[in-house]
Design a protein around this ligand. Structure first.
Ligand SMILES: *Cc1c(COP(=O)(O)O)cnc(C)c1O
Length: 403
């Protein structure tokens, strides 16, 4: 793992056999410009110091690391949370949105375009656009629009245009297609800000680099709190941006086991899940190569998770490499376990997690029961305010004494 960041990805964006760029030549030209700008602008002293100042004064970073005493007493282990739910806008996504928007501004772009699933990426990007005075267009599946109403209103309040996507399953995958089409109509004045460590080069690298702040902070904070490194690091994986941000700081720490948690949804058998690593085969989606859940004709499969931000049939190429190298273990948690973890964390710690993050908490609880003497650092990628009406409608409220 030495010199990992110098050699990963390669100059053309390969992470082992994954990643790269599978896009039309006209779009490749734009991607090359973004790559060039990323290398020249984002490494400058001015860019780094502006981003550092934004993180501190606007986002409220560093976010804390918190020890879950009551939860640990009940389930075992020592469970710690990296509180990305306390990052401005309530999730980790603002970390890369502020970076991408700052780059866009310095490249002279006027407009930001993106897709959104749970609405978190849309809110984060609309926030970044407002901060920098840029226009913002967000594509969102109709199903998600209905499910995540408060985030839709937030985006509109922030001045973004929300474009409903009405074809296919009307969720995240179709929203990405729609946003790409819109971007291709005006790539000169626009920049496409992808919502995770996916898409063609340079996005998986760029988004990872902007998210590395999570792991860099957390490693230092954990060491300072406990005098040791964590035995285990856990994060949920949709596309994989919060996870890679956390994992990247621990790759060289051999004593540290790393777990990426995918959504097992309702069941493995019926296909109602998004366990890309367990059931996927190499394939191309949205301009890059990764493990991909595919239907019989090789098209990206219809996937499902109770957490809108996790239902993506692909996964970031760097995760595919880390799985192939055996450095990170990819596992999963299902809907029911995640809902249970959602209520446990809410009632034992006073922290309402995002449904996505609840998958990581669910796996941490399982791990704590298996390894009661070990420490577990969980990336709590976001807060659950956006999910409360949905969960109470669908699953009801457990008795106050249960939880
Ligand atoms: C979007 C989202 C995720 C999933 O995205 P990754 O790129 O896999 O991190 C996880 N948690 C929250 C709170 C999100 O909003």
């Amino acid at each position: 793992m030495r010199d990992y960041f110098k050699t990963t990805p390669t100059a053309t964006g390969e992470f082992g056999e994954f990643g790269g760029s599978y896009i039309p030549a006209s779009l490749q030209e734009e991607m090359d410009k973004i790559t060039e700008a990323y290398y020249s602008i984002s490494k400058s002293h001015a860019f780094i110091s502006e981003l550092r100042s934004i993180r501190k004064h606007f986002q409220g970073r560093p976010t804390p690391v918190y020890f879950c005493q009551r939860l640990s007493d009940v389930v075992g282990g020592r469970i710690y949370l990296k509180r990305e739910d306390l990052n401005h806008t309530g999730a980790h996504k603002l970390n890369h949105c502020m970076g991408e928007a700052l780059l866009a501004k310095q490249m002279g772009k006027k407009r930001l375009i993106a897709e959104t699933g749970a609405g978190q990426h849309g809110v984060a990007l609309a926030t970044a656009a407002a901060y920098f005075g840029l226009e913002c267009e967000i594509h969102m599946g109709e199903v998600d629009i209905a499910k995540e109403h408060p985030n839709v209103v937030r985006m509109k309040i922030l001045g973004a245009e929300v474009v409903p996507v009405t074809h296919g399953l009307k969720t995240l995958k179709e929203a990405v297609d729609s946003a790409f089409e819109s971007y291709l109509r005006d790539p000169i004045h626009t920049i496409y800000c992808i919502g995770s460590v996916v898409g063609p080069h340079p996005f998986p690298m760029m988004v990872r680099d902007f998210q590395r702040v999570i792991g860099i902070e957390a490693r230092e904070q954990f060491l300072e709190m406990t005098g040791e490194l964590p035995d285990n690091v856990v994060a949920c994986v949709g596309g994989g941006s919060n996870a890679i941000g956390m994992f990247s700081a621990f790759l060289e720490d051999e004593s540290c086991s790393i777990y990426g948690v995918e959504p097992a949804g309702r069941s493995y058998e019926t296909g109602d899940h998004a366990c890309t690593m367990k059931f996927g085969q190499p394939g191309v989606i949205h301009g890059f190569k990764c493990q991909l859940l595919q239907d019989e004709s090789g098209e990206p499969a219809a996937v499902y998770s109770v957490a809108s931000g996790l239902d993506y049939p692909g996964i970031g190429p760097e995760h595919c490499l880390l799985a192939a190298q055996g450095r990170v273990t990819y596992t999963d948690a299902n809907d029911a376990e995640s809902i249970d973890a959602f209520y446990k964390l809410s009632r034992m710690e006073g922290i309402i997690p995002a449904l996505e993050s609840a998958h990581a908490v669910a796996y941490a609880i399982r791990l704590a029961r298996e390894k009661p003497r070990q420490s577990i650092l969980v990336n709590l990628s976001g807060r659950g305010d956006k999910d409360i009406d949905f969960i109470v409608d669908q699953y009801g409220l457990p008795d106050a004494k249960e939880g």
